[in-house]
Ligand binder design. Structure first.
Ligand code: HEM
Length: 114
């Protein structure tokens, strides 16, 4: 499937146009790449303390630079949707179930009032 980052950020900026300007200093794309890599790590590590704590901390950090908790929470479903589209016929029901389970848990961690 290659690097999904360009398609993921294109989707994010289409859905939340105001977020594109926040990355203005990220000329190389390194910050966007790191952010996506960390988001995947968090999804993979929700059972340990790392993922949940990291998400909780970044939700607050992002609020400080203008990304609301609601906007922050949207990143994960965008990642899932774009990966599903890029994988096409290779997307399986098992992937669907695993993502749904992870997104439900991330949803609890990223609620504005959590
Ligand atoms: C729509 C949702 C999001 C937006 C608009 C957003 C926006 C940004 C922006 C603008 C930066 C660069 C900040 C700077 O100027 O230094 C950044 C960095 C970062 N974001 Fe996000 N973010 C979102 C969601 C997330 C999520 C869900 C995670 C992971 C839990 C995350 C993790 C990070 C990390 C780790 C960095 C630092 C990367 C680095 O500097 O190497 N972000 N984010």
């Amino acid at each position: 499937m290659g690097d999904p980052a360009p398609a993921i950020y294109a989707r994010l900026f289409a859905e939340q146009p105001e977020t594109e300007a926040l990355f203005v200093r990220d000329a190389s794309g390194a910050v966007r790449g790191e952010m996506l890599a960390v988001a995947f790590q968090c999804l993979l590590d929700l059972d340990g303390a790392y993922g949940a704590n990291f998400i909780a901390a970044e939700r607050v950090n992002h609020d400080a630079f203008g990304v609301s908790a609601e906007a922050f929470a949207r990143f994960f479903p965008i990642v899932r949707d774009v990966c599903r589209e890029l994988l096409g016929d290779d997307w399986t029901p098992a992937f669907d179930g695993a993502w749904a389970e992870r997104l439900a848990r991330v949803g609890l961690l990223t609620r504005a009032e959590a």
